[in-house]
Design a protein. Sequence first.
Length: 280
Amino acid sequence: MSTSATAIRTAAHRDRLRWWTELPLLAVVYAFYSGIRLLIRGEAGDAVRNGVGILHAEQLAHLDPEHWFNRLFSNHALLGIPADFAYASLHYVITPAVLVWLWRRHAEHYRTARTWLMISTLIGLVGFAVLPTAPPRLLSGGHGFIDTMARYSSYGWWGTDASAPRGLGHLTNEYAAMPSLHVGWSLWCGLILFRLGRHWPVRTLGIAYPVVTTLVVLGTANHYLMDTAAGVMVMGIGFALAEPALRVVGARSVRGHAGRRAVLASTQGMAESAARESRL
């Protein structure tokens, strides 16, 4: 398909998607996600036990790279400080940027990708509620993890409460480690960029971003390896459900339009009948 044809098709799809309906929808979903995430903090004791259980399961399987990466990032500020900035910001910057890019350049894929992201995020909320999990950095010192966000907090806007700005730690849920939506959202961004990017820098970014994010969340002791795997699984489930969800919404929309048309036709018929009777 030619570039002009693609541009025409993208513009047509964008015309059917109104920004004044999309922005409120995304805002409501994000507000719901943030509010529920805050409300389902879970008990500290349960969260710590779940975190220790995950760590022990990884150690039994000899799949526990968190300690190695955490030592590397905590011992070398040149790695730890950029990683903390990445953890505290990219999650909230790149995902909206990819959504805007989709809207402007690939509107024909926007609705499916947006639905995929929304469903995956809501599934993540279920995980936070069912399995509140303390991240490695909140385990006792005997487990050997160092909180790099706390160690390098003087370099950034965050305090000792994860990536929350100083004084706003009470507005975050520190026991929402399982699944890792940092990894999940970065994977969504990466797949979108790799699949739809037309230039090699964009496609390279699509590969690098989820890989770097995974290393960052492990090295800063904010997630376990199993959290990252769960984040990938959540995005896979969301992808599988996106198209069926759109079909259900589309079918209901068609039925709604058909019902409104039937009511309108009935009303018009009654009006015409009454007009004929009045003439008689």
